[in-house]
Design a protein around this ligand. Structure first.
Ligand SMILES: C[S@@+](CC[C@H](N)C(=O)[O-])C[C@H]1O[C@@H](n2cnc3c(N)ncnc32)[C@H](O)[C@@H]1O
Length: 205
């Protein structure tokens, strides 16, 4: 890692806060702030967290759902286990049909919420990263549509760009309420924003 990047990170408010409050990532605050604003995860919910390593969002979700809920993390990378028995993780690629099967098998019932912070390896070529991120967001939407209960919620990270409007249209087709937000913890210079779809509509033919 370049030294300047490490120096910058140490000065970052949310990086330090995550260390102090023992979250595994600064990203935890993005989910926390979004839920504080829109209340889309509740006590006892069953939550699927796509792209969850190292586990910042998992911890936020587990705090909200409590001991009666369930959190399932999915990532290409292994995640250090959590001590609570209602948190499970799966190593898997969200593009693989096998991962969807594993998610469905691991859930105690249909999910109340699917969240996705999945990110591709950043190439630095803006159009390429935007397109890859939209592909991953579409895949997250597909998993949400398969695993959510009616009126369930979906929260997903995207990068701004030409393909975003079409993606938002797709989310609007399936969810009654759609919001676009950038939590404070998301760096201003980053093009990431989050789309929230609330209340999954009945299946469309
Ligand atoms: C920004 S990190 C997630 C941080 C996490 N929300 C947290 O709070 O700790 C993005 C994650 O997406 C994962 N990822 C990227 N492509 C994936 C894929 N196709 N399937 C599953 N996970 C993927 C990466 O391995 C990485 O851990």
């Amino acid at each position: 890692m370049p030294k300047a990047w490490i120096r910058e990170r140490k000065k970052d408010y949310y990086y330090r806060k995550a260390k102090e409050e023992k979250y595994r990532s600064r990203a935890a605050y993005k989910l926390l702030q979004a839920v504080e604003k829109y209340h889309f995860i509740k006590y006892r919910d069953v939550v699927v967290d796509l792209g969850s390593a190292p586990g910042g969002w998992i911890k936020v979700a587990r705090k909200i759902v409590g001991s009666k809920g369930f959190v399932l993390g999915v990532d290409l990378k292994p995640i250090e286990p959590f001590p609570q028995d209602n948190v499970r993780t799966i190593i898997g690629d969200i593009n693989e049909p096998e991962t969807l099967r594993e998610i469905s098998n691991a859930l105690p019932k249909k999910a109340d919420v699917v969240v996705s912070d999945v990110s591709p390896n950043i190439s630095g070529i803006w159009e390429v990263d935007h397109a890859r991120q939209i592909d991953l967001a579409q895949q997250a939407l597909k998993i949400a549509l398969e695993t959510l209960k009616p009126r369930g919620n979906f929260f997903v990270k995207v990068f701004q760009g030409d393909l975003l409007d079409d993606f938002i249209k797709k989310v609007k087709k399936h969810f009654e309420v759609v919001r676009i937000m950038k939590p404070k913890a998301s760096r201003t210079k980053s093009s990431e924003i989050f789309i929230l779809g609330m209340h999954l509509k009945e299946a469309l033919d």
